[in-house]
Design a protein around this ligand. Structure first.
Ligand SMILES: O=P(O)(O)OC[C@H]1O[C@H](OP(=O)(O)OP(=O)(O)O)[C@H](O)[C@@H]1O
Ligand code: HPA
Length: 179
């Protein structure tokens, strides 16, 4: 599996240190509130689990599954809700946890959806940001790392369902998805 990685961008230790920093910022901001953490399946599952253990305030956890109709390494820009939240968010602060913002279509769709349901506030916390690929205007409030315009895997991010379990973030070799 490691042979399929062209370059490790961030090691487990670097990710841990950055998550500590973001968790401290979130803890300072949300102390005394009880936000709903919305994890975006499936890519954000590793990031969400590791992040919420660091948060020192009361919270609830829920998830949504949105599909961006992606085929392999290309996002088609059409987003569909596959599995909705089970929580009512009316009047609640919401923090969306996402693994990567690429074109931005997924988060734009989701943030608009949740705003329309009367969330008190919505913030976006993303492990990775790939700004060179942005097609719609969406920014995260908290970003772990900016990444180059390459196909990234590990720490929850996949290529056709694989590599989510890598404990680091890396660039997938082109030879894996180009024949
Ligand atoms: O900014 P965008 O171009 O919309 O891309 C970002 C989204 O694409 C990936 O999800 P994907 O639909 O591949 O599902 P997954 O989370 O199950 O991997 C990733 O996890 C983000 O949710
Ligand atoms: O670089 C990426 N890797 C994995 N999944 C993704 N979804 C959008 N961009 C990416």
């Amino acid at each position: 599996m490691n042979n399929d990685i062209e370059q490790v961008l961030y090691t487990q230790t670097q990710i841990d240190n950055r998550m500590d920093e973001i968790a401290n910022q979130l803890t300072e901001k949300y102390q005394g509130q009880c936000p709903l953490i919305v994890s975006v399946m499936t890519g954000a599952v590793v990031f969400t689990v590791e992040m919420i253990k660091r948060l020192k305030f009361k919270l609830n956890l829920d998830y949504v599954d949105v599909s961006s109709y992606a085929d392999g390494t290309q996002s088609a820009g059409k987003v569909k809700l596959v599995q909705d939240l089970s929580s009512n968010i009316d009047g609640r602060p919401v923090i969306i946890m996402e693994d990567i913002i690429d074109t931005g279509h997924t988060l734009k769709y989701l943030a608009d959806l949740l705003k329309g349901r009367g969330a008190k506030s919505i913030e976006i916390c993303a492990l990775l940001d790939k700004p060179d690929r942005r097609e719609v205007d969406v920014e995260a409030d908290y970003v772990g790392f900016k990444v180059p315009n390459k196909f990234i895997v590990g720490y929850g991010l996949d290529y056709r369902g694989l590599y989510r379990n890598l404990p680091y973030i890396g660039i997938l070799k082109r030879s894996v998805y180009e024949n």
